[in-house]
Ligand binder design. Structure first.
Ligand code: ADP
Ligand code: MG
Length: 448
């Protein structure tokens, strides 16, 4: 009923539309992450599918907090069966990628090759074509937002696409560390299984990808455990792919035995894109995100490519911001508007001050929670924790008053910000994994 209510209020143009199409629908069953909705009148199936599939997905996700697939079925069981088969098949394919923690957008097809990444790209393709047999490990390094994660995911997608039976696991070194912390904690309480299943998870792979390895530096038990994981996989001829912000030789406090191992295979760097590559990336994004309809003039693209030089994430972000600004203020997309959109990102020495906006962006990306959700009102744990971390970091990394932090977070009051900050402070006293996570986010916000 809640879902129907929401549909009525938000997606039906009139009461008649609601009563005719939506009100008679019932849930047939919920299975394999799909909600099957029964359409009694077969003739209306097509219309309902066309008009209400997406709204139902949105309403169901908002009310249950789970992103279900939605399929409409009629009483004709043959149709029901067929749809189930398709849904099961889709879930299976998605499950493989999900299990490997992969972003479906990060593939070789969407990766623009330029002089800054040509070598890293070629090495990645070689590894993707024959994992474990060409370069092992493959070590990719480069600054923030230059495409390391994108390239790693591309390799993983390629391998899975050509052989879905391969066991591929992508994790950040933060996840590796935090899972180890948890396993050790449980182990202390006398449960040996925790460490066994941790080791099982990381060693039982054909391909292991570890992103941002720099964050395990200085953490002794993590380095030790990773050393054994590495040896185990390498000895068995399994592929290892590592990314870092710097080459092994510059990772000064990294244990020497790990450093030499990182140098066994192939080391490839990704540097800042040149102007042509920046333009090509903007064009690619325009195409992939269907932005052609905005007819962004060449000179505006050139303006962006000329001004955002060192970070591809910001290059993409500035395009999004420009379009949002044009929609919001109803202004044409031209150079003055671009200048306004980019004003926080351009700075002569590239030494940006930490702003609450930057904190929100980095936390959003880190937890894969949209900015709108951080600013929203939902109270699921997956959103509340990142939101409180934003409050805490704004408080600690900037001198923004509590009231303004509240305003930036979609109009929350002084008391709830203060509560959020205190909650994180309190939890950090006992939660080692949370400490680790917050440290990593801090370094992402301000690497110096
Ligand atoms: P890093 O892991 O090095 O910090 P990411 O891989 O997360 O960087 O890249 C940041 C953003 O820039 C992502 O959205 C990614 O898709 C995009 N990107 C980076 N390099 C390229 C490229 N060569 N072609 C297209 N998009 C790219
Ligand atoms: Mg990355």
């Amino acid at each position: 009923n809640q879902i129907l209510n929401k549909m009525k209020q938000e997606y039906c143009s009139s009461n008649i539309a609601y009563n005719t199409w939506v009100a008679p629908l019932t849930v047939y069953e919920v299975k394999d992450n799909t909600v099957y909705i029964l359409v009694k009148l077969k003739a209306s199936l097509e219309h309902i599918e066309e008009k209400y599939l997406l709204p139902f997905k949105v309403c169901i996700a908002e009310i249950t907090g789970v992103e279900y697939e939605v399929a409409f079925v009629t009483e004709n069981t043959a149709v029901i069966q067929e749809k189930k088969d398709i849904a099961v098949k889709n879930t299976r394919v998605n499950a493989i990628y999900e299990k490997a923690n992969l972003n479906p957008k990060y593939t070789f097809d969407t990766f623009v090759v330029g002089s800054n990444n040509r070598f890293a790209h070629a090495a990645s393709v070689a590894v993707a074509e024959s994992p474990g047999e060409s370069y092992n490990p493959l070590f990719l390094y480069g600054g923030v937002g230059l495409g390391k994660t994108h390239l790693m995911h591309s390799v993983a997608h390629y391998i899975l696409k050509h052989d879905p039976s391969k066991k591929v696991l992508y994790v950040t070194s933060e996840t590796f560390t935090n899972e180890l912390i948890e396993a050790l904690k449980v182990g202390k309480n006398g449960n040996e299984m925790a460490m066994t299943s941790f080791r099982e998870k990381y060693r039982n792979n054909d391909v292991l990808l570890i992103d941002d390895i720099q964050f395990i530096i200085g953490k002794e038990s993590t380095q030790e455990e990773f050393f054994h994981t590495f040896n185990n996989l390498h000895l068995a001829g399994k592929q290892i792919i590592i990314s870092s912000d710097k080459p092994p030789k510059d990772m000064e406090t990294l244990e020497a035995r790990l450093r030499t191992r990182f140098e066994w295979g192939m080391i490839a760097d990704i540097s800042s894109p040149d102007y042509e590559t920046r333009m090509a990336i903007l064009r690619k994004k325009e195409e992939l995100d269907g932005l052609e309809k905005y007819h962004i003039p060449d000179e505006v693209m050139q303006y962006i490519a000329n001004n955002i030089k060192s970070n591809i994430r910001e290059l993409e972000g500035s395009l999004n911001k420009l379009i949002a600004l044009s929609n919001l203020e109803n202004k044409p997309i031209d150079i003055p508007l671009a200048a306004e959109a980019l004003k926080d990102m351009i700075s002569p020495d590239d030494n940006r001050a930490v702003s609450p906006e930057l904190i929100i962006e980095v936390v959003s990306e880190h937890f894969n929670v949209p900015v709108a959700e951080l600013k929203g009102k939902k109270r699921n744990a997956e959103i509340v924790l990142p939101r409180q971390i934003v409050m805490y970091l704004c408080r600690n990394m900037t001198d923004t008053p509590l009231k303004s932090i509240g305003a930036l977070l979609g109009g929350k009051d002084h008391a709830s910000i203060s509560h959020g900050v205190k909650k994180i402070e309190q939890d950090m006293k006992t939660d080692e994994a949370l400490n680790n996570t917050i440290n990593i986010i801090r370094k992402k916000i301000n690497p110096i």
